[in-house]
Design a protein around this ligand. Structure first.
Ligand code: PRP
Length: 179
């Protein structure tokens, strides 16, 4: 285990198994319909790479990057699009891929924005959902794991851009982020 971590909450094997299950479920739901995975950078980059390979339906992948205006205004739900999609989503089956659902404010904004572009369907898959933290109701069709409200890093999730490359998800030691 990385020395900056207090404990591992999800092992590499647990993540892989859950993604295999999510892939099966998504493949069953979409069948032969092409599904457009929209990954929200940067955290979801690792998840979408593994999830795409677990889906048997025809898959296309596009990326969006968003940013909130600093931590103090994050709660305002004001989100800025840093990188938009490369293609139109009108009439397509869109599945937004997130690494973690926390307050839900980012997704709320994104879903409203994407819905206005006229997709045939619009659903969300998130690897992690923080228990009891959602401040706005988000309809999330696929959830990998519910996790406690701790500072989790790894498998795409960062602290100050570090730890995204850890193959597992763990809780950061408080002394690392309280410095
Ligand atoms: C994380 C995550 C979601 C958002 C969730 O992104 O990937 O996009 O926060 O938080 P919310 O539910 O409270 O809105 P972050 O801003 O850390 O960017 P990153 O993916 O580049 O690490």
């Amino acid at each position: 285990m990385h020395p900056d971590l207090e404990t591992i909450v999800l092992t590499e094997a647990q993540i892989a198994e859950r993604i295999r299950e999510l892939g099966e479920q998504i493949s069953a739901d979409y069948g032969h319909e092409p599904v457009l995975l929209i990954a929200v950078l940067r955290g979801a980059a690792l998840f979408v790479a593994d999830l795409a390979r677990a889906i048997e339906s025809p898959v296309e992948i596009d990326f969006m990057a968003v940013s909130s205006y600093g931590s103090s205004t994050k709660s305002s739900g004001v989100v800025r699009i840093i990188k938009d999609l490369d293609e139109t989503i009108e009439g397509r089956h869109v599945l937004v891929v997130e690494d973690i659902l926390d307050t839900g404010l980012t997704l709320k904004y994104l879903l409203k924005n994407l819905a206005s572009r006229g997709p045939a369907s619009l659903e969300v898959v998130t690897l992690l959902s923080k228990e009891g933290k959602q401040r706005v109701p988000i309809s999330c069709r696929y959830i990998g794991f519910d996790v406690p409200d701790e500072f989790v890093v790894g498998y795409g999730l960062d602290y100050a851009e570090r730890y995204r490359n850890l193959p597992y998800i763990g809780i950061l030691k408080p002394e690392i982020y309280s410095d």
